[in-house]
Design a protein around this ligand. Structure first.
Ligand code: MN
Length: 240
């Protein structure tokens, strides 16, 4: 008895051809996903979806423009320059900041300061819009009531965290396993090791000095007029 007739050989050949084609397709897709050798992660200054003057009189146009085009741009440039020294480091900035032990020691401080500066300002600029006195509703409103008793109590606690942060830093509303929490951080440190940030206020003097000089309390009060609660609610839903 013949083991292989022409028909069998043809079928086996076709099967191998099909498997080969399939592996090629899968292989191509994988190759596309892997950045080519030597390409470092890099970040771009996020484009604002509003104009620099649209937060006035609460935050003035000149402060916004300098803050975005000078400060945020510098953090972005410095972050990219540090990442270029380690093209093998293909980990998103949020993950590096949540666990700095993942960062090579020679660029760790630079990434914490400038990667933090990049991340913190990206969130800050994304949650700004004149709110006409609106306060959070829906799931976010409920979560704030559960965690802080009422919106007014939340506002008081957040204001205190921002006002009492000594020197330069940030106050935050973060989502944790135990619900919403208010924290503050020094310099450009993030609370990414504690939870998911959904709102922050920059209390470095460069964020308010042109308009408010040393009056940080007035800036914090004004900030409550420019929190885009729809955006914060969206970030809250995404974090769940
Ligand atoms: Mn800033």
């Amino acid at each position: 008895m013949k083991m292989f007739n022409r028909n069998t050989i043809f079928k086996v050949f076709t099967l191998f051809l099909f498997i080969g084609l399939l592996l090629t397709i899968i292989g191509c897709k994988k190759v596309e996903d892997i950045p080519y050798e030597g390409e470092s992660m890099s970040y771009e200054l996020p484009v604002l979806n509003y104009t620099y003057d649209s937060l006035a009189p609460y935050i003035d146009a000149e402060t916004m423009e300098i803050h975005h085009t000078k400060h945020h741009q510098s953090y972005t440039n410095n972050l990219n320059a540090a990442l270029e020294l380690h093209p093998e480091l293909q980990i998103p900035i949020e993950e590096l900041l949540a666990d700095p032990s993942l960062i090579p020691s020679d660029i760790r401080t630079t990434i914490i300061n400038n990667g933090g500066g990049y991340f913190n300002h990206a969130l800050y600029f994304s949650i700004l819009m004149i709110n006409n006195g609106e306060t959070p509703t829906g799931n976010l409103g409920l979560a704030i009531d559960i965690a802080f008793n009422s919106f007014d109590d939340f506002k008081e606690a957040f204001t205190t965290a921002a006002a009492t942060r000594f020197g330069s830093g940030w106050a935050w509303l973060i989502v944790t396993n135990e619900g919403l929490k208010i924290v503050s951080t020094a310099n450009q440190d993030t609370p990414l090791d504690q939870g998911t940030p959904i709102l922050n206020i920059d209390v470095w003097e460069h964020a308010y000095y042109l308009n408010y000089q040393n009056r940080r309390a007035d800036y914090i009060e004004a900030f409550f007029h420019v929190i885009n609660w729809d955006k914060v609610a969206e970030l809250y839903e995404d974090s769940l």
